[in-house]
Ligand binder design. Structure first.
Ligand code: AMP
Length: 185
């Protein structure tokens, strides 16, 4: 019997299209501070501004703290930490936060000058980075009670007990519960 030509099995058309890339969310912790003007309003505005950033959700916010400025003069600070989930890469996130600072009227006349709004990336996932514009974890994270106390509320596993012991002498007061609402200015 003559050999039959081999039947071609139907093949799925090959596609050159790769599956759509889904941007990964990273958990990050942002330090918020203000010591000029309507401080609590500035922090609330920053939370709303972060929630409106592309690919970004504000997951949780710490209590509000009041602290005396470190290495600087001026009125007391109000501080808090926000936990966010974002698809923005670290540098894009930094630039977006700096735009929020600018929109809040932030000026930088000199180092540690009083400020209407200060936003720092404390932690971006587990990322460690040291560039001219961005250092992660934030380089002064371990030195500041106004960062460590609110951060410890949200991510205690990221705050070493010896860091907390190291800032025990710093003057700081829990000023508003989660949800806030005590400060009039
Ligand atoms: P500040 O005056 O405290 O707002 O400091 C802002 C400067 O710190 C900017 O020039 C940033 O490029 C730099 N910087 C380095 N690492 C960080 C970080 N993790 N979060 C925010 N700013 C950072």
């Amino acid at each position: 019997m003559p050999a039959q030509p081999r039947r071609r099995t139907a093949q799925r058309p090959k596609t050159t299209e790769s599956p759509r890339a889904v941007a990964q969310e990273t958990r990050a912790w942002i330090g918020l501070g203000a010591n000029l003007g309507a401080r609590e309003a500035a922090l609330r505005g920053a939370l709303a501004g972060m929630a409106a950033l592309p690919g970004t959700r504000v997951l949780r916010v710490s209590s509000l703290y009041r602290s005396a400025p470190l290495d600087a003069g001026g009125p007391d600070y109000l501080n808090a930490v926000a936990e966010i989930a974002t698809t923005l890469p670290p540098l894009a996130l930094l630039h977006a936060l700096q735009a929020l600072e600018q929109a809040a009227g932030r000026e930088r006349p000199y180092r540690n000058a009083p400020r209407t709004l200060d936003l720092d990336i404390l932690l971006y996932g587990e990322l460690q980075l040291a560039t001219d514009t961005l250092t992660l974890p934030h380089p002064r994270l371990h030195e500041r009670a106004f960062v460590l106390l609110p951060l410890a509320e949200l991510a205690p596993e990221r705050v070493a007990p010896e860091w907390l012991a190291g800032v025990a002498g710093q003057v700081i007061e829990r000023w508003g519960a989660v949800g806030w609402g005590k400060d009039a200015s």
